[in-house]
Design a protein around this ligand. Sequence first.
Ligand code: ZN
Ligand code: ZN
Length: 323
Amino acid sequence: LQKHLCLKCFAPETRRKMAASDHLEPFDDPIDSSADAVCAAVAGRVHLREVGEAKTGRVFPAVLSSISFLGTSSAKPQPGKRNTSSLVVTTHQGSCIMVDCGEGTQHQMMKSSTLKMTKIRAIFVTHLHGDHCFGLPGLLCTLSLDGRTAPLPLVGPIGVKEMVETVLRLSGAYVGYSIVFHELDGTQAHDFTVDLQIENNKAERLLVHASPLSHGIPTLGYFICELTQESKLDSSKAMALGVRGPDLGRLKRREDVVLPDGTTVRSEDVLHDPPPRRAVGLLWDTMRSEEAEAYLLSSSFPCGELARLVQCLWCCRNTDVEP
Ligand SMILES: [Zn+2]
Ligand SMILES: [Zn+2]
């Protein structure tokens, strides 16, 4: 990451942390709400729904919370300083989405005081270069030794299934849960939702746009995007208008309510606007990628932090600046 992103585009605090070692303690970085990456463009383009889709229980929109860098050294680990590529995106519910899993990633996770292996609810792999996935077999086996039974969605370019299954088979590994592979053509863009199964029969859902990147082998960058949250009801306003009991629930479900005296209370008058959607774009090991750039800079995508980051990424790669 450090190699490919221009650090001057990050906030000073983030920069300081990125420049520091990632060995002792991965850091959490709250996603800046100014990066209101409203991804309405993708809302109508969801083609796939099978990634770990919740079969039962309540599904609600996930809220992105933080990013933890587990490894930023690129191809070669630097003991005591940096590990190979991996990061974790965490939701408010504590679900961890791991993106890439270089060798030794599970050690990094275990060192963290905030991240828990049991909360890994999906793994995304950008490409099959070893520094991005040689940590997978070990981590997957540890999850089994820890007693995991919940299925684990694993998203990645075509070949990730063969790679993982071959290593597990030849090494006689026992994995006591199902790995739900979702292989994608790494030369195409994809939109899909992923359901992160949490306790109590609940799942939280995120929208993902996978962009083909320009690298030596098929490589995907991932935009992990929030879906629209539920609007909160201004109940004191609704009560002041005379609404009571189950009618409050109807307003919340965006139904208008007719009171006994014949007046209509419109839901839009008593519902707060939902919070702006946020997204995080995870693009690395790449030259300029037209698809990702077009996606980010599309008219429905405000030119926020995220767009600046990507533009900066291209500029760094093009001018070969070492931060
Ligand atoms: Zn790499
Ligand atoms: Zn690579």
